[in-house]
Ligand binder design. Structure first.
Ligand SMILES: O=C(O)C(=O)C[C@]1(C(=O)O)C=C[C@@H](O)C=C1
Length: 257
């Protein structure tokens, strides 16, 4: 029976970039400590969503050729994310196994630990889901001129969501370690459905959805700008939990390769 933990930090995923170290370190592959980290991440994720919701959609941020006259390719948001990743990379952010850049090809090789990128990366799928589905439901239509502020908030949301979803790699490894026999059979058969059944805990998912709903209610009560708390629940139900599970399945399918 899974216990439902309260809170902790995610320090346990610190500078551990080597895949073998990652697989053999029992401390941070403990399912309860990973769950605690997920619970802590909820606060920052909800806060990021709330912050972005104060601005309109601001389509200009996403126009691919907005800076063509200056000889620059890409949207304002892409620039914000790429530039911040470049800066963070220099500080060593991507030495942490829990951090995956959206634009790894733009980063100098020396900032990219070799092992980290053979494992699962759904950042591009997440990027599309964020703009096509999540953002239009979160913000008001139209423009208010706060382009830079909105782009920075988008970048923060993407980062928080990416971190949450890719924690799936740690969850998967922890579940594999705890029940190697059953997982191995499903992996050898490359049976996605069996893996999905093995790694899913419906009652835990219900708890997550209810908890984020309560957190969103509390946070929006204090905030000047509001979002419908049930939207946060829906974001978790429709995007964050399914993507976290997808990362787990994809990770496991390659686990014995
Ligand atoms: O807690 C876990 O075991 C997870 O894999 C995380 C998570 C989630 O995304 O919140 C995903 C799958 C489980 O069914 C329960 C919860």
């Amino acid at each position: 029976m899974r216990s439902l933990c309260v809170c902790s930090t995610d320090k346990e995923y610190g500078n551990t970039i080597n895949l073998e170290t990652f697989r053999t370190s029992s401390d941070f592959l403990n399912l309860e400590s990973i769950s605690r980290s997920l619970i802590c991440q909820e606060d920052s994720t909800i806060y990021c969503l709330l912050e972005r919701a104060q601005y309109c959609y601001n389509a200009f941020i996403y126009e691919a050729d907005a800076f063509a006259e200056d000889g620059l390719e890409g949207s304002l948001l892409e620039h914000v994310v790429k530039e911040s990743e470049m800066f963070h990379a220099k500080l060593g952010r991507f030495e942490s196994a829990s951090e995956l850049p959206f634009f790894p090809k733009e980063l100098p090789d020396m900032f990219l630990p070799p092992n980290q990128y053979v494992i699962i990366d759904v950042n591009h799928k997440m990027w599309d889901a964020y703009f096509q589905n999540l953002l239009p439901n979160l913000v008001k239509e139209g423009s208010d001129g706060f382009y830079a502020s909105s782009a920075v908030r988008d970048a923060n949301c993407l980062l928080a969501i990416s971190k949450r979803v890719h924690t799936g790699r740690f969850l998967a490894e922890s579940k594999f370690t705890a029940n190697t026999k059953d997982y191995t059979a499903a992996i050898k058969a490359q049976d996605k459905e069996a893996l999905m059944n093995l790694l899913s805990y419906p009652e835990v998912e219900e708890n997550v959805k209810e908890r984020v709903l309560m957190k969103a209610k509390n946070m929006t009560e204090e905030a000047v700008y509001k979002i419908d708390p049930s939207l946060v629940r829906e974001i978790y139900a429709r995007w964050l939990i399914p993507l976290t599970k997808e990362v787990q399945v994809e990770y496991l399918l390659r686990r014995l390769s």
